[in-house]
Ligand binder design. Structure first.
Ligand SMILES: C[S@@+](CC[C@H](N)C(=O)[O-])C[C@H]1O[C@@H](n2cnc3c(N)ncnc32)[C@H](O)[C@@H]1O
Ligand SMILES: *[C@@H]1O[C@H](CO)[C@@H](O)[C@H](O)[C@H]1NC(C)=O
Ligand SMILES: *[C@@H]1O[C@H](CO)[C@@H](O)[C@H](O)[C@H]1NC(C)=O
Length: 317
């Protein structure tokens, strides 16, 4: 066994003899505060003063966070451009993203043709009742979806608009079509092919849209949610129904929700922004915290529909 040098042994001994009472004190403090905190939730016999102190402290922390949200944490870029008329939204995106032509022209390209399946759709809660509830309620002319993957929820919404007679509704999808690192290890994805590191999500999504005869109703922006949402804002592309379902960590969800909120049509009455993973295993990765914080910062009420969170915006300035 390696011998510790004399000077280190000396100093560590010195620290430990110094640290003992400090540690002891810290343990006592910890035990006291744990007991104090848990007992304030378990029994109501604690002095109201103690409980009020805890509540006041929590409120101070939240208020500080909310106040700070007035600054950089809530600053997501410039004021949006003037609204593009709804019937021109598709053309606007084709012009700005695809040099004016439909990406489905000459689809599929030969290098991926043999690797795609005729139709291959996987999603998460993509057919939940929330979609029909909201589309019936809002009857949106433009739907914006942040996080599309293979198009399961987007195509479900497309079918709903058809069924409800909303033939002109345009669905704008945003996804970088990268999934996440190693996503194809997932059992359900293990058959996804890859070409030089390209995971082919975009092509399989396009194939699915084509199979659903939805290439005129669905358009997409294959970039990161931050840059795509920023550009839609700049171009004046707004919607009445916006779904957020991209990355699920707090910071991504917070930024997506803030940016997506700006795309609710100004002057709109009865718009909705909603998203997945308020009530699933991903809760604690941050979606719920981001949604709750946003609600506080904007004085909104979080409504819940299945696994989804929903904000009804009655009066968007
Ligand atoms: C849970 S899936 C979306 C599922 C889809 N809404 C459905 O129900 O079928 C999340 C998607 O978000 C995309 N994504 C994650 N982070 C992103 C980012 N920063 N920018 C753009 N897309 C992102 C991933 O590529 C993935 O396709
Ligand atoms: C798409 O259109 C073709 C040709 O009109 C039709 O045969 C097919 O059934 C349609 N598919 C769907 C899913 O509606
Ligand atoms: C927040 O909303 C409630 C009702 O939803 C309203 O009574 C209250 O005045 C609002 N507060 C602010 C600061 O806007």
């Amino acid at each position: 066994m390696k011998q510790e040098p004399q000077h280190l042994r000396y100093s560590s001994k010195k620290i430990s003899s110094f640290a003992k009472p400090v540690l002891y004190f810290l343990c006592l403090l910890l035990a006291y505060s744990l007991g104090y905190l848990s007992s304030s939730t378990r029994n109501n016999n604690k002095s109201p003063d103690h409980i009020n102190t805890v509540v006041a402290h929590v409120n101070t922390v939240i208020n500080r966070a909310t106040t700070e949200l007035g600054g950089d944490h809530s600053d997501f870029g410039a004021v949006c451009g003037e609204a593009v008329p709804q019937q021109h939204i598709r053309r606007k995106i084709l012009e700005r993203v695809f040099k004016g032509t439909s990406p489905w022209e000459n689809f599929p390209p030969s290098h991926v043709e043999s690797l795609l399946r005729k139709k291959w759709i996987k999603g998460w809660g993509s057919n939940g009742a929330v979609f029909e509830n909201l589309i019936r309620k809002v009857r949106p002319k433009t739907i914006i979806e942040v996080g599309t993957f293979l198009g399961a929820s987007a195509l479900h919404m497309f079918e709903l608009t058809r069924r409800l007679g909303l033939y002109d509704t345009q669905i704008v999808c945003i996804d970088d079509f990268r999934g996440w690192p190693g996503f194809s290890d997932h059992l359900r994805m293990k058959d996804m092919k890859m070409v030089n590191g390209d995971v082919l999500l975009m092509y399989q999504f396009m194939q699915n849209v084509m199979q659903a005869n939805a290439t005129e109703s669905v358009v997409y922006t294959p970039f990161s949610s931050g840059s795509a949402l920023e550009k839609l804002c700049e171009w004046g592309v707004f919607g009445e129904l916006i779904e957020v379902d991209a990355a699920h960590d707090f910071h991504s969800a917070w930024s997506d929700i803030n940016r997506a909120f700006k795309l609710l049509k100004p002057g709109l009455e009865g718009g909705v922004i909603f998203g997945h993973d308020y009530f699933t295993a991903a809760d604690n990765r941050g979606v719920r915290r981001a949604v709750n914080l946003f609600a506080r910062a904007h004085n909104l009420t979080v409504q819940v529909d299945g696994q989804h969170w929903v904000f009804y915006i009655s009066n968007r300035l």
